[in-house]
Every structure is written in structure tokens, then in C-alpha cells.
Design a protein around this ligand. Structure first.
Ligand code: PLP
Length: 391
């Protein structure tokens, strides 16, 4: 029997549906480009062959797959054979780190306590399983990593994988990839960077920056969920995480999701094409938000310094009791922001990233992560500020 909806509940759902939605959680995921939806719909409808089949439908799918690989490689100045498709950024991070330990016989991972859990929890699991050493680079109060400490850690000679993210997904602090690659080269260490938050939003040239491994996730740059890629520098020697067919040269078996991969390639192409205009526009939205916060919440604090143009993490001068309800109140007004990474935004546990940067007292205060995209407008920001004032 169908469940009866109580009339009050029904009205609330109707109100929410007709309300203007303000989406300011783009570090969590992004809306798709219409062109990506069109491309994926065409492929789902017409190009449904299996790329491993030898008939013409299969060959057509194979050609879409390889053209997507070539296009993605071009945007980061890599070769097509260095791009391996995965189901997401988490898978790519897990694969690289696990194979570095299991197959490349890495004895130590150097990472930081502000990494995404896809890296942090993988490092901990590998430490338990393989008894490797895991060291953490010190985090400064402004969210930057202490690169002198990284060099000090590396002075202990041991086969090492350094795993440090490019743009932090909670605060937007930026790692100097050139500097860290150089330090790793000087100490003969492998360098893996989780670039999930920066691919499609900044230029990365892998000929100029000698990183060994990077990873990306399509849904962070207006592509589909459920697909990503790993860049594995030529002759790195990584072995598969699981076994099956010959897809992806046997290092990542499983029938390729052609529509997702082509959607990802299209999203990256559009993101790069629009990068200059979009980044200037998004930075102006961020600056406007800061100005508005200054006027309405004079004692607010920005968490992190010199942060990425699409991310703003702030502590608000509101009562501690509001911490757990602030997202709910904004949500009731149709405004989506978050408190940290999506996986923990439903929890009231303090962020593991902010815990490394803030005093215990500041950590208790309400904080939100506002993350912008080119789809946002000044009106969105005004609605957010009004929403916060009424929290
Ligand atoms: N790494 C970072 C920095 C992220 O922000 C995320 C997603 O939130 C991931 C990894 C995981 O990516 P995916 O959702 O594709 O598994």
C-alpha cells in the first residue's frame, strides 16, 4: 500500500522544489555541461559497442575511447599511453599507492594529515598490511605544508612515495607542485599528487613538472560521476589492482564505460577552453563573497591563506550551538554549501583538515566551505548571505 504523505510535509517539499536553488558546493561535485550531456546521450544511443569487439560497432567504440584518451593527454601535456581510465579519483589514488608499495617495493609513504581520506585511509591500510613507515609533513596554521620538513624527512634514505595533494578540497590551500617535484627528484623519491580538485581548473604541464602520478575525477569539472583517470608516467612499472581482461593494457581490466569517458574528455576540453574567463569570473565571485562577509560578519575568519580561486572556507562569528544546524537551515532555504568533504558533511565531527590548522576553540565554531563554479551568480551570493544572517 502506498504510504500517505502528511499535508504539511507535502507543502514543505513543494516549497523546496519551487525555491530557487543556490548550489555553492562545487568542490563536492559539479553540474554537467549541457554539451557533455549531449555527447553522452549520443554515445549511449548510437555508439553502444564494446571497444574490445572486432566488428564495426566495437571498432567505433574503440575509436571514441582512444580519441578521448588522446584529448585528455593533450590537456596535461602527457602521452596518450600514460592515461589509464578508472571509475573515480578514489580508485586511482588507491591503485597508485597500493602498487607503489606492493610492486615497486616502496618502504615508506610521506603524506600529510590534511589529505583526502582516499589517500589518508589508503596510507593507513598499507601501513597495517605491509608494515611500511608512514610519515606526515607538518601543516602550518595557514594550511600550507612545511616543505623544509618534507626535505628533512626525505633525508632519511629509504625507498619512498610522496603523496601530497595539489589543491586541498576543504580549504583550497595550494601545493607548489614544481617545488615538491624538485625536492622529490633530489631525494630520488616517487611523487604522487591527488589533483582531483585542480584538474580542469588550472593548467598542469607534465613535461615541465616531473610528477610521477596524478589523478582526476570527471564529476569535479562538470563531467559525469563514476569516471576518472590516472596519469602514470611511462615505465613506472605499476601492476593492476585486480585482474581480468586486456582492457587498459591489462592494468585496469573491465569493459570501459565509453559514454562516461567521452563525457569526461568533453568536460575537460570545455573546462580548458573556458579556463581563463571562468577563473577570472569565479575569482570575482569569491572576492564579492569576502566583501559581503566583511560587512555582515565583521569577525569572520578565512581558513587557509592564498587559497584556490573557487574555494572559500570560513569560520563564522556565530554561537557554537549553531554549528550542527547551520547547513540544515541553509538547506531549508535552498542553499547548498558544506562543512568539509562530502563524505563527512553530514557529520558533526570536526573536519580532520581544520583540526590540523585551528585552535580547539576555533574548531568548535561554525564553519562552512563555499565552493563556486561558473554557473554561479552574484544573486546566489546575496541569497547565501541573507540565509546566513537568518541562521
Ligand atoms: N581527492 C580529492 C581531493 C577529492 O576532493 C575527492 C572527492 O571529493 C576525491 C579524491 C575522491 O574522488 P571521487 O569522488 O572521484 O572518488
Amino acid at each position: 500500500m502506498a504510504k500517505k504523505i502528511n499535508p504539511k510535509q507535502f507543502l514543505r517539499i513543494q516549497n523546496l522544489n519551487s525555491m530557487k536553488k543556490v548550489y555553492l558546493d562545487n568542490a563536492s561535485t559539479t553540474a554537467l555541461y549541457p554539451e557533455v550531456i549531449a555527447e553522452m546521450t549520443k554515445i549511449l544511443t548510437e555508439d553502444y559497442g564494446n571497444p574490445s569487439s572486432t566488428h564495426s560497432l566495437g571498432r567505433n567504440a574503440k575509436s571514441i575511447l582512444e580519441l578521448s584518451r588522446k584529448s585528455i593527454a593533450k590537456h596535461i601535456n602527457a602521452t596518450a599511453s600514460e592515461i589509464i581510465f578508472t571509475s573515480c579519483g578514489t580508485e586511482a589514488n588507491n591503485w597508485i599507492m597500493r602498487s607503489a608499495v606492493k610492486d615497486l617495493k616502496t618502504k615508506r609513504i610521506i603524506t600529510s594529515k590534511i589529505e583526502h581520506h582516499a589517500v589518508l585511509h589508503t596510507a593507513m591500510a598499507l601501513q597495517n598490511e605491509y608494515a611500511i613507515q608512514v610519515d606526515y609533513v607538518k601543516v602550518k596554521p595557514n594550511g600550507e605544508l612545511d616543505l623544509t620538513h618534507l626535505a628533512e624527512l626525505l633525508s632519511e634514505e629509504k625507498k619512498t612515495l610522496v603523496s601530497l595533494m595539489h589543491v586541498n578540497n576543504e580549504t583550497g590551500t595550494i601545493l607548489d607542485l614544481d617545488r615538491v617535484s624538485q625536492i622529490c627528484q633530489e631525494h630520488n623519491a616517487l611523487f604522487h599528487s591527488d589533483t582531483v580538485q585542480s584538474i580542469g581548473k588550472s593548467k598542469i604541464d607534465l613535461q615541465k613538472t616531473p610528477i610521477d602520478f596524478i589523478v582526476a575525477s570527471a564529476h569535479k569539472f562538470h563531467g559525469p560521476k563514476g569516471t576518472g583517470f590516472a596519469f602514470i608516467r611511462k615505465n613506472a612499472g605499476l601492476q593492476p589492482l585486480f585482474f581480468g581482461g586486456e582492457q587498459e593494457k591489462g592494468v585496469r581490466p573491465g569493459t570501459e564505460a565509453i559514454h562516461q569517458i567521452a563525457g569526461m574528455a568533453k568536460a575537460l576540453e570545455l573546462s580548458n577552453q573556458n579556463l581563463e574567463t571562468d577563473s577570472v569570473y569565479i575569482a570575482s565571485l569569491k572576492a564579492y563573497t569576502i566583501e559581503k562577509l566583511k560587512v555582515n560578519f565583521p569577525d569572520f575568519k578565512i581558513n587557509g591563506e592564498n587559497t584556490f580561486y573557487n574555494l572559500l572556507n570560513v569560520t563564522l562569528p556565530l554561537d557554537e550551538s549553531k554549528t550542527s544546524m547551520i547547513l540544515f537551515h541553509l538547506d531549508m532555504k535552498g542553499i547548498a554549501v558544506s562543512r568539509g568533504s562530502a563524505c563527512q558533511s553530514g557529520s558533526i565531527r570536526p573536519s580532520h583538515v581544520l583540526a590540523e590548522m585551528l585552535s580547539p576553540n576555533d574548531l568548535k565554531k561554525p564553519n562552512i566551505r563555499i565552493s563556486f563554479s561558473h554557473f554561479n551568480t552574484i544573486e546566489d551570493i546575496d541569497l547565501l548571505i541573507e540565509g546566513l544572517k537568518n541562521c
